[in-house]
Design a protein around this ligand. Structure first.
Ligand code: KIV
Length: 299
């Protein structure tokens, strides 16, 4: 297999065409926020990396996502892009593809004016994203159209939209009643008509996600939205067990890296305290002649 074939990147049109009911494999999206994280997710075979504003909560220690700026998101997007630029598949025989990088537009970066939104989306593209994601339904249509018009692909995000945490009265499952479910369906159709190439559905009942998925041509990517979406997304720190706070019920932990990390630090601390680390093999040594010369000076 040639290097060029191995390093092909998943494209927006390829994602746009990935409706699961057409017999395609579900899309796999994972968040990442830095270079090693991006390479790890790429080695894991994800189709898309979302540089999510969840970085605010899982990396930067905030209680919500409202605290990060466009500059913060560009900083993390650039780190992910650099990580992928130097990525080589761990298994060269596997049909490795660079995941598509989606940069999350943070709160207030697309709410003030359309011009502002286009410039902020461009900042994330210049940092290394191939597409941007933003939250909200019909009231975001004008902004989505303007960003798409600037040739920047947009992923929508409906349901439990964390940037609306205060308006929603907390992180709550959405679209639980008939009216709200039908409203969500209408919002999804509006985002598709505005030009979104895919749609995150977060924190909605599985039947509602299934109904939306069947009603739109663009792929839906679920998180806390049941199994009938066209793909799934999880947050890196939740999936790998690095996050130690209470996980929502939709999180499945596939590793316990926090426990592994704590055990490793404890072993290192014990070795330092006992003198077992570093060993001679882990130290640099002078040549015998320099060591002898230095000894003359009391070294
Ligand atoms: O910021 C994020 O990680 C997200 C996902 C939860 C979809 O928006």
């Amino acid at each position: 297999m040639t290097g060029a074939a191995v390093l092909a990147t998943t494209t927006v049109p390829a994602v746009r065409a990935r409706k699961a009911h057409a017999g395609n494999d579900p899309l796999v999206m994972v968040t990442a926020y830095d270079a090693p994280g991006a390479r790890l997710v790429a080695d894991g075979g994800a189709d898309l990396i979302l540089v999510g504003d969840s970085v605010a909560m899982v990396v930067l220690g905030y209680d919500d996502t409202l605290q990060v700026t466009v500059a913060d998101m560009a900083h993390h997007t650039a780190a992910v892009a650099r990580g992928l630029a130097s990525w080589r598949p761990a298994d060269p025989e596997a049909a490795g593809r660079r995941p598509l990088v989606v940069g999350d537009l943070p709160w207030l970066s697309y709410h003030v004016s359309t011009d502002d939104a286009v410039r902020n989306a461009a900042t994330l593209v210049r940092a290394g994203a191939q597409a941007v994601k933003l939250e909200g339904g019909r009231k975001r249509v004008a902004v989505i159209e303007a960003i798409v018009d600037a040739e920047i692909p947009v992923m929508g995000h409906l349901g439990l939209t964390p940037q609306s945490v205060h308006a929603m009265g907390g992180f709550r499952v959405q679209a639980k009643g008939t009216e709200a479910a039908l409203e969500l369906l209408a919002e999804a159709k509006a985002l598709q008509a505005a030009g979104c190439f895919a749609l995150v559905l977060e924190g909605v009942p599985d039947q509602v996600a299934a109904m939306v998925t069947a009603a739109v041509d663009i792929p839906t990517i679920g998180i806390g939205a049941g199994p009938d979406c066209d793909g799934q997304v999880l947050v890196f720190h939740d999936l790998l067990g690095l996050e130690d706070r209470l996980a929502p019920k939709f999180v499945r932990r596939y590793a316990d890296l926090r426990a592994d990390g704590v055990a490793a630090i404890q072993a290192y601390a014990a070795d330092v305290r006992s003198g077992a680390f570093p060993s001679a093999a882990e130290s640099y040594h002078l040549s015998d002649s320099v060591a002898e010369e230095l000894a003359l000076y009391g070294g």
